[in-house]
Design a protein around this ligand. Structure first.
Ligand code: G6P
Length: 612
């Protein structure tokens, strides 16, 4: 979850590293640091607790650090509290080697004890420092840095993306990867490493993705990559399609708001290229039809909001394909004994394509014989590369920690997949297929209608922002929508909130409803409109303040019971959550704004969770 960047070139390195770190702050932002080398000043390290701004102040935006080669890091603390000492880069005791690391070294205690017994002194409480110290220890024995790096990699266990800068070999730095993302960037007269392309897109769009076990030697004019056995290998280069403007705020106050507004376009980009002559076409999927017809079960695994997409998917895919669909949190799946075999299609959903639990679940499912289809936003990410089949959500870079446009594109893509599979299995009529396709095409325009008219949402947010507990209730797809709506609110506004299936209220939660409790009643799943209305009456009669969400054609009906009604355009039943989520994202956004929260970087969270 930390962010790494490295640069070797002819320009001053520190300002470039700091700028790269700015684009990686979404990965972690409790401290940051850089190490650069110059012949006159040697290896210099500056690091500071807090946001990147603190480090920028300390280094005059990097200008007071000489040198044209360096590595940088922005941290999301795992081992050791966020403070100056625990920040990366970590230095070896002899001050020769600086290391930045993303991941967790699982056997660091054992290595630390070994090194302590050899007289090595440690500064920090981190797992990462053992890498710097062990490397220096081996290097003193070997006198060959690369050989020592391999010895370290054989000794450490866990996940890592590493950047290593050594004062004895100052024209190059070394990168290594296992189970944590790291890419190589090829510039003109300069080269890079980064956790994510956003950090270097300003300088180059030509990248290659490091694989597990690979080690790279980066200089200003070359990148040489070696496999786990030290053999030189050729890497395939990829070209990143989008440009820097996609990763910048472009006049919006927050990335989250920008990304909410980008949803119609993102959905358009995800859907449009996959509709040809009024048919859904997945050119990229090489799933044979016989396999699909024999498929016994679908299992969806994911984390966070991607899991909530899976919850919607369970209802929709079962409705469409008529085979069992299970959905499980990846962190549970990986340690459970799930009923998965060759007849199971496992769908892994992930924006980043790097979430460690989702990755582990994928590997487990593969070992159990399942086919893996992933729905991923980041091209070339680990989950995409390890899947049998990949569908990309073309949402573009998502920077705000709380996902919006990635969620929306995942949702629509999963629905499309459901329709496509149902058609192959012969479980959908021609009429239903065409009407779903028509609605699918109109979704972006309907999303735009919601985004053009946000006054009511702002009004409700300003009226209720100081509530300290909010309940979301709904049935069927509205329950799944409630899970995501509630997560949005708690993530960015720190308001306690929970989502309940409305029918469950009376089994416990209704005891929490008292005068003035805010309940957001989701009533867009129209087959159960009347049932939901009964639940609304139940909570109202116990004193709840209710905001209800329904389709515009049902708004008048609902207003007979509820004063505060938000409405969204009507669409096909299965797509309704794609519209319903937008007012809920905006509500969470405006509540967080009123509460003065740091919307794009909420406390304790990170966007890409590459630790367990
Ligand atoms: C983090 C993010 C969430 C995201 C979850 C899963 O918690 O803050 O927005 O839903 O990780 O991430 P993934 O990249 O696998 O979708």
């Amino acid at each position: 979850m930390c962010g790494i960047v490295g640069f070797a070139g002819t320009e001053q390195a520190a300002p470039i590293l700091l700028d790269g770190l700015k684009h990686l702050e979404y990965r972690g932002y409790d401290s940051a640091g850089v190490a650069v080398y110059s012949p006159s000043s040697g290896l210099q390290v500056k690091k500071a607790k807090g946001r990147l701004e603190v480090l920028k102040g300390l280094t005059d935006d990097g200008r007071n650090m000489e040198g044209t080669i360096g590595i940088g890091h922005t941290r999301w603390a795992t081992h050791g509290e966020p403070n100056d000492v625990n920040s990366h880069p970590h230095l070896s005791q002899d001050n020769k080697i600086a290391v930045v690391h993303n991941g967790i070294i699982e056997n660091y205690v054992e290595i630390k004890e070994f090194l302590l017994s050899k007289g090595v002194c440690f500064q920090s409480e981190t797992d990462t420092e053992v890498v710097a110290q062990l490397l220096a220890f081996y290097y003193r024995q070997d006198g060959d840095l690369m050989m020592s790096v391999y010895r370290v990699l054989h000794r450490i266990e866990g996940a890592y993306a590493l950047g290593i800068l050594c004062a004895d070999t100052p024209c190059s730095f070394i990168a290594a990867r296992k189970d944590a993302p790291l890419l190589l960037g090829y510039g003109k007269g300069c080269n890079f490493i980064a956790s994510d392309v956003t950090a270097i897109i300003k300088h180059t769009r030509e990248v290659s993705f490091m694989e597990d076990g690979e080690v790279a030697l980066v200089t200003s004019d070359s990148i040489t990559v070696f496999d786990a056995l030290g053999r030189k290998i050729d890497k395939e280069h990829s070209f990143v399609e989008w440009d820097i403007s996609a990763a910048e705020k472009g006049g919006y106050a927050h990335f989250m708001f920008k990304e909410i507004m980008e949803q119609p376009d993102a959905v358009r980009k995800t859907v449009a290229p996959r509709i040809k002559e009024d048919r859904i076409v997945f050119d990229e999927l090489k799933l044979d039809e016989a396999y699909i017809r024999d498929m016994k079960k679908i299992f969806i695994v994911a984390c966070g909001s991607s899991y909530h997409v899976g919850m919607v998917g369970k209802y929709n895919l079962e409705r469409l394909i008529r085979i069992p669909v299970d959905v499980m949190l990846a962190s549970e799946f990986r340690y459970a004994d799930p009923l998965v075999d060759e007849g199971t299609l496992v769908i892994v959903i992930s924006q980043s394509g790097e979430t460690l639990d989702s990755m582990a679940a994928l590997r487990k499912a593969r070992d159990l014989g399942a086919r893996i289809l992933s729905i991923v936003n980041v091209v070339g990410s680990s989950i995409a590369r390890e899947s049998d089949h990949v569908l990309y959500t073309w949402a573009g870079p998502e920077i705000a920690v709380a996902t919006t446009k990635a969620y929306s594109t995942q949702l629509v893509l999963l629905d499309m997949l459901g329709i496509w599979l149902a058609d192959i299995c012969g479980r959908i009529s021609i009429e239903e297929y065409s009407s779903l396709l028509e609605e699918l095409k109109r979704l972006p325009e309907k999303m735009e209608m919601i985004l053009k008219n946000t006054e009511d949402i702002q009004y409700f947010a300003s009226r209720y922002f100081n509530h300290d507990s909010v309940f979301y209730i709904g049935r069927n797809l509205d329950y799944a929508l409630g899970l995501e709506s509630s997560l949005k609110l708690k993530e960015i506004s720190y308001v306690h909130s929970e989502a309940y299936a409305s029918g469950e209220l009376k089994h416990g939660t209704i005891s929490l409803i008292e005068n003035g409790t805010l309940v957001i009643a989701l009533s867009t799943f129209l087959p159960l409109f009347d049932k939901e209305l009964s639940n609304i009456i139940e909570v109202k009669s116990r004193g709840a303040d209710v905001i209800a969400l329904t389709t515009c054609d049902m708004a008048e009906e609902l207003k007979k019971t509820v004063h505060n009604v938000l409405c969204i355009p009507r669409t096909s039943l299965i797509f309704q959550p794609s519209l319903g989520i937008i007012p809920m994202q905006l509500f969470a956004y405006y509540v967080a704004l009123q509460r003065g929260c740091d919307i794009d970087k909420p406390r304790n969270l990170a966007k890409s969770v590459t630790v367990e």
